[in-house]
Write a protein that binds this ligand. Structure first.
Ligand SMILES: [Zn+2]
Length: 218
């Protein structure tokens, strides 16, 4: 693998945040980068946050659904209607702002595992035409706001296309973001906005990969 073929897609989870997201959008705009944002329904009651979704949309970023409350991973949520509550309630707020393909990113503390989804959640995503968007690199910016960038650069060099999970929330990726983008480009990495195929097990409501590793046993 040559370094020149290394692609990196940035994604920002758990926002919008009225303080942090504008700064992230400014950095991306200043460097000509488009990225993906996976937002929480509970944030979208705030008009300022809804305007940030619109700003991201208008700048060409992808905006998707990351649950309403972000409290219990869907594969561990005891509520029988958790998928409907978490996914649909967010979609009701998001769809008027971001029409077009539906994208859902499950959450689970960074780790990919059977806690991410329930069978019922998979059924919901399929029935409603969602793509399910995972990730393949979590540099843990929320634990190490100063050091995540070096770790992420090293990790991006290990695969042809990295979908990086960052967070547009306080005390997470912001401080290291400009330096990360600049260093990635210096290394010849290409910053893109698409999803590596191995990070999208459901595409437009169609299951395209084995899901056992990310779906809880009923
Ligand atoms: Zn999250």
């Amino acid at each position: 693998m040559s370094v020149g073929s290394t692609k990196v897609t940035l994604s920002f989870d758990n926002g919008p945040d009225p303080e942090v997201t504008p700064a992230v959008l400014d950095i991306l705009q200043g460097r000509g980068v488009t990225a993906q944002f996976y937002v929480l329904g509970k944030q979208l009651g705030d008009p300022a946050c809804r305007r940030l979704v619109e700003r991201a949309r208008d700048a060409g970023h992808v905006v998707g659904n990351h649950s309403f409350s972000h409290a219990v991973p869907l594969g561990q949520d005891p509520r029988p209607d958790a998928a409907e509550i978490e996914i649909a309630a967010t979609e009701a707020l998001l769809a008027p702002l971001v029409p077009g393909p539906r994208r859902f990113r499950p959450f689970g503390g960074g780790g990919v595992g059977r806690h991410l989804l329930s069978r019922r959640a998979v059924g919901y995503l399929v029935a409603h035409g969602y793509s399910c968007i995972l990730w393949n690199s979590v540099p843990r910016d929320w634990i190490d706001p100063d050091g995540w960038s070096a770790r992420a650069l090293a990790d991006c060099a290990t695969r042809p296309h990295t979908l990086l999970v960052l967070h547009d929330t306080p005390d997470a990726c912001l401080a290291g973001l400009p330096g990360f983008i600049d260093a990635a480009r210096e290394r010849g990495f290409e910053l893109v906005c698409d999803v590596p195929p191995d990070c999208a097990p459901i595409v437009g409501g169609r299951i395209v990969a084995e899901l056992d590793a990310i779906v809880a046993v009923d």
